[in-house]
Write a protein that binds this ligand. Structure first.
Ligand code: NCD
Ligand code: ZN
Length: 350
């Protein structure tokens, strides 16, 4: 048996999928992401959604204004694809330099997705321009047909939407966001270099039992929902395999405590403050800490054609306790995943 790794120094990771929300929420979310990550792909599902380059620029300025003093955290912006996104807006996005991708939410799939795409054909002019400009499409990969079982919606999306889309646009680069199933992991591997996938820490650590452990546990409820153990195992295998198509995306998605702990609670796990300690737990459990840097710090920049980060961070096998909550909007609290619990790892800058 080889000795356990107790300290892991790596290039600072980036988060390729995060929700920061807006206005006063940024005072909580931005310092968290900026501490752990050098860059992050910022989801555009605000109310109203970020559908134009002008709106993305204004949102980016609000995020930059919320950075702690001295931080050079770089928010990489996205546009929210709608039925009416024009090819001209895609040209503008590419020219902006700060819009790095366009996000497809099937209408009704998740939080603030009601302005999303109602029929994929309507987006073909925008998708054709994205393929031409080399702007990646990020997909929330779940069908929204209420007749399809909630746990089957990702696998159905691959067959019904994703495969036909990739065939129709052979030059379009796609990130299958927050994958949760063995089917998705296998599909991404088979699809070649132009398809990437992000994987969250919570989908690597937990299966769907976590949502029902001794009662309903709303802080483990997110979309796509946690799946069976065999799917979690397939995700761990993909993330730790060294395959360049898989990279880190926390999908940290803050919701105020009162909207999570409710009769109809919001979907989303808040992990921005402790994400790297959680990824370290998952990779450690798989005996694969040596592949964490590739997944967290190298594969994402390679997919997006960006330089890797020069700054180093360190994960130490020293316990750290997750705060029970952070003061959040309207006097409410933001409860992080594993709030109040102790994790076996600590995170610091070198
Ligand atoms: C996200 C949110 O709250 O914005 N929720 C979630 O459960 N992941 C939306 C999303 O990414 O699906
Ligand atoms: Zn998300």
């Amino acid at each position: 048996m080889t000795a356990a790794i107790n300290e892991l120094i790596l290039r600072q990771p980036d988060d390729w999928h995060i929700h920061l929300r807006d206005d006063v929420a940024l005072a909580v979310t931005v310092p968290h992401v900026a501490h752990q990550f050098a860059r992050a792909i910022i989801m555009p599902n605000l109310r109203p959604p970020v559908t134009t380059v002008a709106a993305a620029q204004a949102y980016r300025d609000r995020i930059l204004a919320a950075r702690p003093a001295g931080s050079d955290f770089d928010p990489l912006m996205t546009l929210y694809l709608t039925d009416t996104t024009s090819p001209e807006e895609i040209v503008k996005a590419k020219a902006s330099g700060f819009v790095k991708a366009v996000k497809l939410y099937p209408a009704g799939a998740t939080t603030n997705s009601d302005a999303g795409v109602s029929a994929i054909e309507k987006t073909y002019p925008a998708l054709a321009e994205m393929a031409a400009q080399g702007v990646p499409l990020l997909v929330h990969g779940e069908v929204t047909d209420p007749a399809v079982d909630l746990f089957d919606r990702e696998a159905a999306f691959i067959e019904q939407v994703l495969k036909p889309l990739l065939n129709k646009f052979p030059d379009l680069r796609v990130v299958f966001e927050h994958i949760t199933t063995a089917e998705a992991a296998a599909f991404v591997r088979s699809a070649g270099d132009r398809v990437g996938a992000t994987i969250t820490a919570h989908h690597l650590l937990y299966n769907r039992n976590a949502i029902f452990q001794g009662g309903v546990r709303p802080h483990y409820y997110c979309l796509p929902v946690l799946k069976r153990e065999r799917h979690r195992e397939a995700l761990v295998e993909a993330a730790t395999s060294g395959a360049k198509q898989f990279f880190l995306g926390t999908d940290s998605a803050p919701h105020a405590k009162l909207t999570k702990e409710a009769a109809c609670g919001c979907a989303g796990c808040y992990t921005a403050g402790e994400a790297l300690q959680m990824y370290a737990m998952a990779f450690d459990a798989a005996g694969a800490l040596d592949s964490l840097e590739g997944f967290a710090s190298l594969h994402g920049p390679a997919f997006y054609g960006l330089p890797v980060n020069e700054r180093k961070v360190v994960l130490r096998r020293v316990p750290s306790t997750v705060p029970t909550g952070y003061p959040y909007i309207n006097g409410d609290t933001l409860v992080p995943l594993e709030g109040g619990n102790t994790l076996p790892w600590s995170f610091a800058h070198v």
